[in-house]
Design a protein around this ligand. Structure first.
Ligand code: SAM
Length: 379
């Protein structure tokens, strides 16, 4: 019975993934809106997701999204409706930052070049594990990538952090066991981001993090686990916002959460915002926050999938709201017909470069951290 269900998932999710390439071209906000008007009454659309999406469609938020993300959002909403929130770590996160790719891909190239003499041993029952929704071939490739990623993380001194981090079971994650703990791509990628930021920016300077385009909330999970006193604000579109809100509220049940809701002025929410430890907003709501209410602004694997005017808006917001800005992007890519390279981003001359360098994982990404002067002291 289990095998049958898995097989149906492989077939249906593979067909669904294949069909995705047909609309990865992008759809306009008008096409997205008219699709949503018909789709919203599907009884399997979760009600919190319906509320968020209605707001996005009816309150002028859609112009913030690229055509590329309109099509992915449509696809991801369909996946959640079909397979449920319960499976988000094997469905929608494959469009966020879970990579099921071969050895020559720009994600895994460096990892798969690690000499076998430097690889950690994982027993056959781990290396041969087949993950839900993955074909056996995808699982083999995936397991090899995780084993190599683990070896890399250990080689850079990640062991003490892995003792504190473990992939939560919520969302049906693909994971391997290492020393009786669940390790995953999400844990490793988020740890690399944490280590990169904190190498150059003392954790004492980080009280509030604002992250745009947070996907499922994997980076937030890592920072909030390793820095439990930090306040975390996420600004994203649904369905990512729906997932990160539900997920982080569940993995941190004792934290005060300000869930998404429409508001006109900051005064309306200021008390709740001040008290909250995790806050969820749509992209348009960020502009209502008071200046310098954050310390660290994060934009991971999202800027290069936006329009130039949206990137520009976020660079203004990063400086208005925070003192440090970390972002991570493809070294070169094209979105909605716009070409981006590591030199395309509107970094201000007055910002101090803490670092800007290629990533080891994903191999074809770069990442950078800037210290931004107080917006009042612009030079
Ligand atoms: C490729 S996913 C990366 C997710 C996450 N940062 C990670 O690395 O796991 C891109 C994310 O950007 C979000 N996004 C797209 N356009 C956006 C915009 N204009 N403002 C905020 N988030 C946006 C998507 O909803 C999605 O969560």
């Amino acid at each position: 019975m289990k095998i049958c269900r898995n097989m149906i998932f492989w077939i249906s999710s593979s067909l669904f993934l294949a069909s995705n390439f047909l609309f990865a071209e992008g759809i306009t906000k008008e096409e997205f809106s008219s699709w949503w008007v018909g789709y919203r009454s599907d009884p399997n659309v979760p009600s919190e997701l319906r509320t968020m999406e209605d707001y996005v469609v009816n309150s002028g938020v859609l112009p913030h999204a690229s055509d590329f993300w309109n099509s992915f959002n449509k696809y991801n909403i369909q996946q959640i409706t079909l397979y449920g929130y319960e499976n988000f770590k094997v469905t929608v996160t494959r469009n966020y930052f879970t990579w099921v790719v071969n050895a020559n891909h720009g994600y895994s190239r460096n990892l798969l070049r690690i000499p076998s003499s430097s690889l950690v041993y994982l027993p056959p029952e781990e290396m041969n594990k087949v993950h839900p929704f993955f074909t056996p071939e995808e699982s083999m490739q995936f397991n090899m990538t995780i084993r190599n990623f683990l070896s890399y993380i250990l080689s850079i001194g990640g062991a003490p952090f892995l003792e504190k981090l473990q992939e939560p079971m919520i969302g049906n994650p693909p994971f391997l066991l290492y020393q009786n703990k669940r390790v995953s791509q999400d844990i490793f990628n988020s740890l690399l981001e944490y280590l990169a930021v904190t190498k150059h920016c003392s954790t004492e300077k980080i009280s509030t993090i604002i992250e745009i385009g947070a996907g499922s909330g994997r980076t937030a999970f890592c920072f909030l686990t390793l820095l439990p006193k930090v306040k975390y604000v996420i600004a994203d579109f649904p369905p990512a916002l729906y997932i990160s809100q539900k997920y982080l509220s569940a993995v941190f049940p004792n934290k005060r959460v300000m869930t998404f809701r429409p508001f006109n002025t900051f005064e309306e929410i200021s008390e709740e915002f001040q008290k909250a430890e995790i806050v969820f907003l749509t992209p348009d709501q960020l502009k209502k926050l008071p200046k310098k209410c954050g310390d660290l602004f994060l934009a991971i694997d999202c800027l290069h999938e936006m329009r130039p005017e949206e990137i520009s808006r976020y660079f203004n917001e990063a400086e208005r709201l925070c003192s440090y800005f970390y972002f991570k992007c493809w070294q070169t890519t094209v979105c909605d017909g716009n070409f981006y390279s590591s030199e395309s981003y509107p970094v201000r001359p007055r910002w101090k470069v803490c670092f800007k360098e290629p990533c080891f994982v994903p191999s074809d990404f770069f990442h950078a951290l800037y210290e931004m002067p107080n917006a009042n002291n612009k030079n």
